[in-house]
Design a protein around this ligand. Sequence first.
Ligand SMILES: *[C@@H]1O[C@H](CO)[C@@H](O)[C@H](O)[C@H]1NC(C)=O
Ligand SMILES: *[C@@H]1O[C@H](CO)[C@@H](O)[C@H](O)[C@H]1NC(C)=O
Ligand SMILES: *[C@@H]1O[C@H](CO)[C@@H](O)[C@H](O)[C@H]1NC(C)=O
Ligand SMILES: *[C@@H]1O[C@H](CO)[C@@H](O)[C@H](O)[C@H]1NC(C)=O
Length: 304
Amino acid sequence: MLFFSGALFISLAVCVHLTPYFPSVSDFVTSVQSVVIFDNRDDSCINLVNEVVWDMKPMRNWGWSKSWKVMACEFQKLGKGDISDLLNGSWVVVAGDSQSRLVVQSLLGLVLNSERMESIKGDLFRRHSDYGIVVEEMGMKLDFVWAPYVANLSNLMMGFKQNRSYPDVLVMGAGLWHMLHFTNASSYGVDLKSLRSSVVVSVRSPHLFWLGMPMLINGMLNTEEKREKLSDEMWHAYDKVLRDSRLLHRYGGPCLLLDIQSLSWNCGPRCTVDGMHYDGAVYEAAVQILLNALLIESHQKLIT
Ligand SMILES: *[C@@H]1O[C@H](CO)[C@@H](O)[C@H](O)[C@H]1NC(C)=O
Ligand SMILES: *[C@@H]1O[C@H](CO)[C@@H](O)[C@H](O)[C@H]1NC(C)=O
Ligand SMILES: *[C@@H]1O[C@H](CO)[C@@H](O)[C@H](O)[C@H]1NC(C)=O
Ligand SMILES: *[C@@H]1O[C@H](CO)[C@@H](O)[C@H](O)[C@H]1NC(C)=O
């Protein structure tokens, strides 16, 4: 399924990249080849897309860093219309634990009105369950797959492979359940490596994202077991094996990180009640990071 309507691509290409070079859209349309010039910058922008800063006063507000490098990428918070264009006809799958479910909530919150949001909340938050919705007005199919362990994500990849049917966008993330119930970073690392090999062998690769683990605020965790097992040391050990697994784009892997760690760290203790699940603003920022990354990636796709 093609991902972007031509109209969105052109208007964004013009406003993001071409304004200084082409005085009008018609110039752009007759010189599509010229887009290639901007390839390199797209690549560096992918590495900057997580550079978000928070302004807590008067309320939780976030935006991309104002450093000149980040400014040059002209990241933008997409509204409902642009998201509809961007995801029109797409199949989006978000798989993981409750962090992933919160990402789904934030994505839907950007495209559905509040009554519709209220009406789906019961189903979306049914404990330990999958959830699926087709948003007809924008032609988007969105599935949340409850997959608290990396092994569940590998199974999901196998399912796609067997069905020969891959989503256009796949967001995955798991770690905290393993940390709580196995508390063994090297075993987590083994699972990640096997996930990586199942991802790499897929024929038609979706746009892949990895939802990072949030910062854990130990003293706020709500059970004694969590406070004991989800320690800072263990968190860092899990984070290290994630880096070593080469699952992430930054380390030569297929998945772009949605950096919940830095988003949650920067939003801070005021943004969580249980030291683990954060306010909607954190996940909404992650969704906007994902959307901006998709814009950049699909430029590259359309060019080649
Ligand atoms: C989605 O794309 C289809 C086919 O290109 C088009 O007919 C429809 O109007 C689009 N819908 C939205 C919401 O953009
Ligand atoms: C996820 O994986 C675990 C461990 O392999 C397994 O026990 C569980 O049934 C799986 N859950 C789902 C929803 O597939
Ligand atoms: C594979 O197809 C079956 C039958 O249509 C469906 O139930 C299942 O959810 C699909 N699996 C994946 C991972 O898409
Ligand atoms: C941790 O996992 C590794 C790899 O699966 C295994 O070899 C090791 O015995 C486990 N350690 C403990 C303490 O269970």
